[in-house]
Design a protein around this ligand. Structure first.
Ligand code: CA
Ligand code: CA
Length: 254
């Protein structure tokens, strides 16, 4: 697979919440544009850790047998406070109204389970649900990258360019239908409202309808510098010099 194919949506968060494909613009709820803490482009989305979130179109991930999600994330502080406050949500989607049917990617800092800022993920499909922890401590005040890939039999999360999955879960089936919750930066359980807020920034989130590869992990990480949508910047444009278009009349051969 290549990154330029099967793009479902791409949010660059360079000052707004528009989807670069023009289909799935996100909805802001409290987040702000941060032009200083960013990984790609001119800005990221900033979350206050209290009540900020970004709403994604609820049905956009429905009934997919494969998909991939790429996101850059930056935590200001360790999630703390006990219970759901020990979890900082990057992405959350609910397959049905039951709390048992949610899917998520979050950072969990739970003393009770001995975890210190580990990635945790859950995927609920028509075939069932699976959940698991990573084992790498997510440092604060630094940018990290996750690529989550569901290939129809496994949900694998790759952290910071490592081609060995940080988390690997066994799932089958498709993503089913969502009753209305698909969110960046908070979790919704269907009865208690939103919680497990993100505290920091999230930047350049992209979703695909296919399963990306370990080669794509390396490309997106790009030695920590990242690769921005439309992911073609590494390609040589043979009709440009220093990004200035040249015409036939510009040719100089000596
Ligand atoms: Ca950006
Ligand atoms: Ca707020």
């Amino acid at each position: 697979m290549v990154l330029t194919t099967n793009i479902l949506a791409a949010w660059k968060f360079d000052g707004d919440l528009t989807d670069e494909t023009g289909t799935y613009d996100a909805t802001n709820s409290g987040t702000t544009t941060d032009t200083s803490i960013k990984i790609l482009g001119s800005a990221s989305r900033r979350y206050d850790g209290t009540n900020d979130k970004v709403g994604l179109p609820s049905t956009m991930l429905d009934s997919l047998g494969t998909f991939s999600i790429s996101a850059w994330f930056y935590l200001d502080d360790d999630p703390s406070g006990g219970g759901n406050a020990d979890r900082a949500t990057i992405w959350h989607r609910k397959k049905a109204t039951s709390t048992a049917d949610d899917s998520f990617i979050w950072v969990e800092n739970s003393a009770s389970t001995g975890n210190v800022n580990w990635l945790r993920a859950r995927l609920s499909t028509t075939g069932g649900a699976a959940i698991g922890f990573g084992s790498t401590t997510i440092t604060t005040t630094a940018w990290h990258h996750v690529l989550a890939v569901y290939d129809g039999s496994n949900f694998k999360l790759y952290l910071d360019g490592n081609t060995t999955p940080e988390i690997s879960l066994s799932n089958t089936g498709n993503t089913g239908t969502s009753p209305g919750f698909n969110t960046l930066g908070a979790r919704e359980d269907g009865s208690s409202g939103f919680y497990s807020w993100w505290d920091g920034s999230i930047d350049d989130v992209t979703m695909w309808t296919d399963a990306k590869t370990t080669g794509d992990v390396t490309s997106l990480w790009n030695s920590g510098a990242g690769l921005a949508y439309p992911f073609g910047s590494g390609a040589v444009e043979i009709n440009k010099i220093n990004n200035v278009l040249i015409s036939d009349t510009d040719k100089v051969y000596s």
